[in-house]
Design a protein around this ligand. Structure first.
Ligand code: ATP
Ligand code: MG
Length: 382
């Protein structure tokens, strides 16, 4: 497999770090599919199977989900011999070449002991393919298929049009953030989007047993697993939220339930995030989607929080969010019908334009910090 590195290369920023991270992430992701040799040369990462029992299909699928890679191709390996190269190219690329109208061949000779120079290799392979596929014409400027031949130390490699990679930046290159992960559609998408920007995720989930079930918890764990195919392993802090919700219900005015609850979530999440080396919080809030996501409500929600709150889906329509959820395969799990703690005590008439001072004075009816500390003490990280 040959993987082309993404945008940091273009910006020339801290390239060594980018490559090292990416190779480490990639090695971790494909480790279960066999023993591979992974190295980087000229903005390309090479992944070579070290034995015959490597599952290349599975490794290829996993590599397509590794952030920091713009495109990937699977190359056929062959002996460093021009006739071998031609016959492998004909056979391996037949599915692509037999459907194309135009092509060209590019050759690269890393092993300078190979007797033919790059242009000669390109011409010989090109004319052999031209003879073999009657549908093909040569177009050096804008070919449909660009066949590449690489003569490397160990072997020669033949490949053609690459498939798109996951894009983005390698996980970890942009720090770590606390992800408020619910069982809904939006927060897994928010997770994917920030992971794509190179952020390592630390999940935080609030559950209200027995109002929310064990299955609701399992659903969140499954979602973290699905997003984890892109984002890497995600730990989750499971915060017991029942007592806080019951206290709010018993003591505060109904129209402020949701806002006070969300302020607890942010307060607790910030503490847990900070304890776990996170530099920001991430939520799946989208402007105007529900009563607690108006501009005023968001202002109340994050009042007093000092970590930056990243809301990558803030400007997206539900349809756009769903489209990503389908693409990353979280959608079907997200729509499983288990209650989230947010929906357990939903007020009939929530405030859409809350006044901060009213919310704060309602909140003062509770021992806010003590309740939050107790929940944090009883939090389990899984
Ligand atoms: P989602 O689809 O992500 O559940 P939503 O549209 O249902 O979002 P809310 O329920 O208001 O919106 O939640 C807004 C955000 O608050 C979520 O995207 C998530 O980041 C966070 N959140 C909500 N409920 C929880 C929870 N039980 N645990 C952790 N975070 C939560
Ligand atoms: Mg929700």
């Amino acid at each position: 497999m040959l993987l082309k590195l993404g945008e940091l290369v273009l910006k020339g920023l801290n390239r060594g770090n980018f490559e090292k991270r990416l190779m480490k992430n990639l090695a971790w992701r494909i480790r279960k599919f066999g023993a591979f040799k992974i190295y980087c040369m000229q903005s390309t990462i090479y992944v070579e199977p070290e034995s015959g029992d490597c599952d290349m299909d599975a490794a290829f699928d996993a590599a397509k989900k590794v952030f920091g890679i713009v495109n990937i191709s699977r190359a056929a390996e062959c002996k460093k011999d021009i006739d071998e190269i031609i016959s492998v190219a004909k056979e391996y690329l037949a599915p692509t070449l037999s459907l194309a109208k135009t092509f060209k061949v590019e050759a690269k000779r890393a092993d300078k002991s190979f007797p033919k120079k790059s242009p000669e290799i390109a011409i010989e392979v090109g004319s052999a393919l031209h003879d073999a596929f009657e549908n093909l014409e040569v177009d050096v400027k804008n070919p449909e298929v660009c066949v590449r031949v690489e003569i490397r130390d160990k072997a020669a490699y033949v490949h053609a049009n690459p498939t798109p990679g996951a894009g983005g930046l390698p996980i970890g290159i942009n720090g770590r953030a606390g992800l408020l992960l619910s069982g809904g559609i939006d927060s897994p998408v928010a997770a994917y989007m920030m992971a794509k920007r190179g952020v390592e995720l630390f999940g935080i989930h609030f559950f209200s047993y027995p109002y929310t079930s064990e299955r609701a918890k399992q659903k969140v764990i499954s979602l973290a697993g699905i997003v984890g195919e892109y984002a890497g392993n995600i730990k989750i802090a499971m915060v017991p939220f029942t007592k806080i919700q019951e206290e709010i219900r018993a003591n505060c005015r109904e129209e402020y339930f949701t806002l006070i609850m969300r302020r607890f979530m942010m307060y607790i999440a910030e503490k847990i995030a900070a304890e776990n080396g996170c530099g920001a919080l991430i939520t799946g809030e989208s402007l105007g989607q529900v009563a607690s996501q108006t501009m005023e409500a968001l202002g109340v929600t994050e009042y007093g929080i000092t970590l930056p709150v990243l809301r990558p889906v803030i400007g997206m329509d539900k349809e756009e969010i769903v489209e990503i959820a389908r693409k990353i395969n979280t959608f079907e799990t997200s729509i499983l019908p288990y209650e989230d703690c947010c929906t357990v005590f939903t007020p009939k008439h929530p405030r859409t334009k809350p006044k901060l001072e009213y919310v704060l004075s309602e909140e003062k009816k509770l021992p806010f910090a003590e309740l939050a500390e107790e929940a944090i003490r009883n939090t389990e990280i899984i």
